[in-house]
Design a protein around this ligand. Structure first.
Ligand SMILES: [Cu+2]
Length: 129
């Protein structure tokens, strides 16, 4: 009898927690690991192919994971993106585990180390409301 009540309470709590986490998830937006969790932010990967079928919305979060001694993340404008200009950026991230909250509009990211950008370590996305 006591056990039965305890089990019911457990199930109710489980459902409550599940609902709460779902609400939080939707309220805070999606979290995207750039290049997926296994590959991450690295050279010789087609990040625009990775982003192609994803829909990014304001409030979503991009997470760049990489070895901080090998790469970094520069948020740049379209010109710097196209031409891999590394000394002109709006944000520079270097922790190796960087979260960027997306704002509406276009966003461009490149790696500022060596010729990584030229080797394809660059990402361009469109963020809708
Ligand atoms: Cu790099």
């Amino acid at each position: 009898m006591g056990l039965h009540v305890f089990q019911c309470f457990g199930i109710v709590m489980f459902c409550f927690c599940l609902t709460t986490s779902l609400i939080l998830l939707y309220a805070k937006g999606e979290v995207y690991f750039v290049g997926d969790d296994s590959y991450g932010w690295d050279e010789f990967f087609d990040f625009n192919d990775w982003s192609y079928e994803k829909e990014f919305h304001a409030g979503d979060i991009l997470v760049f994971k990489y070895e901080s001694s090998l790469h970094n993340v520069l948020q740049v404008n379209s010109t710097a993106y196209e031409n891999c200009i590394k000394n002109s950026y709006t944000h520079r991230f270097t922790s190796g585990n960087d979260s960027v909250i997306l704002e509406e509009g276009r966003a461009w990211f490149i790696c500022g180390v060596g010729d990584h950008c030229e080797n394809g370590q660059k990402l361009h996305i469109l963020v809708t409301p």
